[in-house]
Design a protein around this ligand. Structure first.
Ligand code: KE4
Length: 442
């Protein structure tokens, strides 16, 4: 535990002596916004408290999992009860089956599931499965989409890789990266060109159907439908990476919202309720290429461990309650609309939008449609806004290329507090950009 009287700065200095960059995940280091990361001591509902005792309204939500708020009593109780019966067996337990059944209920095209301990493992394993099932080598992803840290996917990736200027990571051998083809989100022609150039060689297309790792992006009408048709015609497996959008934009994720059904889906975050869980699934015909039935190997010591299962099942029970998503979307819309109104009031170029409980804000007049457009936002203005809000007790994700998240714990008073802080932040921005002319010179 943090030493009494500790400070974020002291804990960050201490952490950097033992942890690379003081963190265990690059995006937490505040490198894109500067300043000192907050060391969180505890969290409850819509709030987190740092080691200095400062409270923050939490729009990070652990990057998506905390959709019912932090330390929800039902989730904590489920974890407590499971822990009393053992933390990990390395052998099947019924809750693994129950979580797989819960996923299948909301994603009806899925016949078989495999659970993992992270979204990275889910996306990485789905990729290997696609290559094994088709016998093809090439894969196609989209610039700015992030699928975790498997080598083949760290090519023009989003999230922290993009934020820190290393969208194509060092350490990935060129003769591996060459098999990762990159197209542009919302640009079907860029996919058609690659399909034409590599006939019969592409195993899969992997996409965040509703991206959150180049900030929130929304599919243009016909884009996902066109992708589905292209893949079906070419015998290419379409993989929806719904690690972030699944159980977040709607109970059935982007597939429910758009009606476009992939061949394989990857999940994470919400299905673990804050504990390490990932999953991927699809038809039995494809999935049964996986060991122990098929030749595509996949395994994990803690996959399906009872504590993570208990947290995930408790969370999924809560989000299935009648009206949960309607209320979440309405709350998120209230925040998005309020932010836009405050920015307009102070003539700050700003736009924002949401999909269910996932939202994006952009310091640019019009919300972006493509990865290229989102590069045009005013990152310096975002940085000033981020710190003004953090200092006011409102914690947004520390990056211009990340979405933010709401939960069922965010109440009216939290929205009011957030919008009041935003109004002050935009007023400061307006003044800092065009300070009032002193009376004497008027
Ligand atoms: P994890 O390995 O971090 O559980 O999942 C990787 C992943 C895969 N696919 C999508 C669409 C994802 O959004 C993620 C992880 N998202 C980031 C947030 N942009 C996690 C935050 C972090 O890297 O610390």
């Amino acid at each position: 535990m943090a030493r009494s009287g500790s400070s974020n700065a002291a804990e960050f200095a201490r952490a950097q002596q033992s942890l690379v960059g003081g963190v265990n995940s690059a995006v937490r280091a505040f490198r894109a916004v500067g300043g000192t990361p907050r060391f969180i001591a505890r969290a409850q509902g819509a709030y987190m408290w740092d080691v200095e005792g400062r409270r923050y309204i939490d729009y990070l939500g652990s990057w998506g999992p905390m959709i019912v708020g932090q330390a929800h009593p039902a989730v904590v109780e489920a974890v407590r009860e499971a822990a009393a019966h053992g933390l990990s067996y390395g052998a099947p337990n019924v809750m693994e089956t129950e979580l797989a059944e819960a996923i299948k209920e909301l994603y009806p095209q899925i016949e078989r599931v495999r659970l993992t301990s992270s979204g990275t493992e889910a996306a990485m394993s789905a990729l290997r499965l696609a290559r094994g099932a088709t016998g093809r080598t090439k894969i196609l992803k989209f610039e700015g989409c992030y699928h975790g840290t498997a080598d083949s996917l760290l090519v023009k990736a989003g999230s922290g890789a993009l934020a820190f200027g290393t969208p194509s990571s060092a350490g990935v051998p060129a003769d591996l990266a060459q098999h990762t083809l990159v197209a542009n989100y919302n640009d079907l022609a860029s996919v058609e060109v690659l399909f034409a150039e590599y006939p019969g060689q592409i195993a899969c297309v992997m996409i965040e159907p509703i991206p959150g790792n180049m900030n929130l992006m929304l599919p243009e009408p016909g884009f996902l439908e066109g992708l589905r048709a292209l893949c079906s015609r070419a015998g290419v497996l379409l993989i929806f990476d719904e690690v972030m959008s699944g159980f977040r934009v709607a109970p059935g994720g982007a597939q429910e919202l758009t009606g476009v059904v992939p061949d394989l889906s990857a999940f994470g975050k919400v299905i673990g309720g804050g504990m390490p869980v990932g999953a991927f699934g699809g038809s039995a015909a494809v999935m049964e290429h996986l060991a122990p039935l098929g030749g595509v190997y996949q395994a994990g010591t803690l996959s399906g461990n009872p504590i993570a299962m208990a947290a995930g099942l408790a969370t999924l029970r809560l989000i299935r309650e009648p009206g949960f998503f309607e209320a979440l979307a309405a709350r998120t819309r209230q925040i998005v609309d309020g932010l836009c109104e405050a920015a307009r009031r102070h003539c700050v170029p700003f736009s924002a939008r949401h999909a269910g409980g996932m939202a994006g804000m952009y310091f640019m007049a019009e919300a972006p449609r493509t990865f290229a457009e989102i590069q045009g936002q005013d990152a310096a203005a975002f940085k000033r806004f981020f710190h003004r809000m953090l200092d006011s007790g409102v914690y947004f994700p520390p990056s211009t290329v990340e979405a933010f998240f709401t939960s069922s714990a965010h109440g009216e008073e939290d929205v009011a507090f957030t919008l009041e802080a935003a109004n002050a932040a935009f007023a400061q921005e307006a003044q800092s950009v065009s300070p009032p002319i002193p009376l004497a010179t008027q």
